[in-house]
Ligand binder design. Structure first.
Ligand code: FES
Length: 163
């Protein structure tokens, strides 16, 4: 991917070139591309005169960042014990079929990525799925198509937090 120099330069200026804002800059890059492209990190490192190792350190420390292309709507299925016994495995299989990707993959249109997580801390709502910042509890296989449709047809519309 070609580095969008203008975007990066404007962003840096927006933070007054303040090195303390490096994590916020990484967040802005993640928000734009849904991951942290290697060439963009190299440019940021040089423009801000910070070691590239520092950027990779942040990129791997914070779960919010990804070094691999991710979907605009990252889907996480909880596979903690409570969710697992309430059918999270079937939920994953259904999502895989619906968007035609496997666990750990990103769809070709970069709309979705699918991962599993281990306990989101709301076991009473098991099984639990998150799509971006939205959380869906007591999910059943039959609810999956409707949930995914919300993100496909109205990307910018707010969605319910608990389905
Ligand atoms: S096991 Fe899924 S929320 Fe705790």
């Amino acid at each position: 991917m070609e580095v969008e120099v203008e975007f990066i330069d404007e962003m840096i200026n927006g933070y007054n070139r303040d090195k303390r804002a490096i994590v916020s800059m990484l967040q802005d890059i993640q928000d734009k591309y849904y991951y942290l492209p290697e060439d963009t990190l190299a440019y940021l490192s040089s423009a801000m005169e910070v070691p590239i190792s520092l950027l990779y350190g942040f990129a791997t420390f914070y779960r919010t960042f990804s070094l691999q292309p991710r979907g605009k709507h990252p889907i996480s299925v909880c596979m903690g014990t409570a969710c697992h016994v309430r059918g999270a495995g079937r939920i994953i299989e259904k999502i895989e079929r619906e968007i035609d990707i496997k666990l750990g993959e990103t769809s070709d249109d970069l709309l979705y990525s699918l991962d599993e997580v281990h306990c989101l801390g709301c076991c009473g709502l098991a099984p639990v799925v998150t799509v971006g910042d939205d959380l869906y509890g007591k999910i059943t296989v039959t609810k999956i198509p409707g949930i995914l449709k919300k993100y496909k047809t109205s990307k910018e519309e707010p969605v319910s937090q608990i389905d």
